[in-house]
Design a binder for this molecule. Structure first.
Ligand SMILES: Nc1ncnc2c1ncn2[C@@H]1O[C@H](COP(=O)(O)OP(=O)(O)OP(=O)(O)O)[C@@H](O)[C@H]1O
Length: 217
């Protein structure tokens, strides 16, 4: 479970205060995958980072009682001068998992072949996306946090494998996806919300959330 209790977050740009959350309260429950709609630049990444514990609120409290992932695509724990093999084994140890398993899973899932044994700094954007997505799925979380949907890769074999693994995970895990478009959220969420004016408004269906979102736009 992730619970935001009267959470406020804003940034001072030098000219104005950019409000992301204004005493917002809401909960993400296990078993209820949530899609959050928000226009670009309104705070999707900040919100996901706060859920992950990477950013602190200015005020209020965030309670996290489950195993919550880092955001998909977050490269904070990945060292560019090390290979995918080294990175995956190191991160496995951080999460007290078997390094052989995590390495083998990522090697198979990412499909980046000999690049798996080359420094991450030499990868194309697509290879990075495939590696970080594999890394996320190799670790066991109750809630997976995803910023703007799945990595866009042109590799059909990877997309097929990733889709299958994700569907399998969805049976057990909960996913929180933030996006500026409803289409991205369709495949994942049971509930939906709209981030606007510093509040997260919850809806039972994506269709209802989309109506408010489209109306505001
Ligand atoms: N550290 C910071 N200092 C000042 N402003 C910030 C900071 N971090 C984010 N912002 C501003 O806060 C707003 C929300 O940023 P955020 O990256 O969370 O939005 P987003 O919805 O994910 O954006 P995008 O869709 O463009 O990725 C933006 O206007 C951004 O410029």
């Amino acid at each position: 479970m992730i619970e935001f209790n009267k959470v406020s977050k804003s940034f001072w740009t030098g000219k104005q205060r950019k409000v992301i959350l204004d005493r917002a309260s809401f909960r993400v429950d296990i078993g209820q995958s949530l899609g959050i709609l928000a226009p670009n630049g309104t705070g999707k990444t900040t919100l996901i980072n706060m859920m992950a514990g990477l950013e602190k609120p200015d005020e209020g409290e965030i309670r996290r009682t489950s195993r919550i992932s880092f955001p998909l695509g977050f490269m904070g724990g990945v060292v560019n001068k090390h290979t995918a093999k080294e990175n995956s084994r190191y991160i496995a140890r951080l999460y007290s998992l078997d390094p052989d398993y995590v390495e083998a899973f990522c090697r198979w899932m990412s499909g980046i072949k000999e690049y798996f044994d080359m420094p991450v700094g030499t990868y194309s954007a697509g290879m990075r996306a495939r590696f970080t997505f594999s890394l996320l799925l190799s670790l066991d979380f109750d809630i997976y946090l995803i910023d703007e949907g799945m990595p866009q890769t042109t590799d059909a074999e990877f997309n097929r494998k990733a889709g299958a693994i994700l569907r399998e995970r969805l049976e057990k895990a909960t996913i929180v996806v933030v996006s500026h478009q409803a289409e991205t959220l369709k495949a994942f969420c049971q509930r939906a919300a709209v981030l606007r004016h510093g509040q997260l408004t919850m809806f039972d269906t994506l269709e209802e959330a989309k109506q408010l979102y489209d109306y505001e736009a």
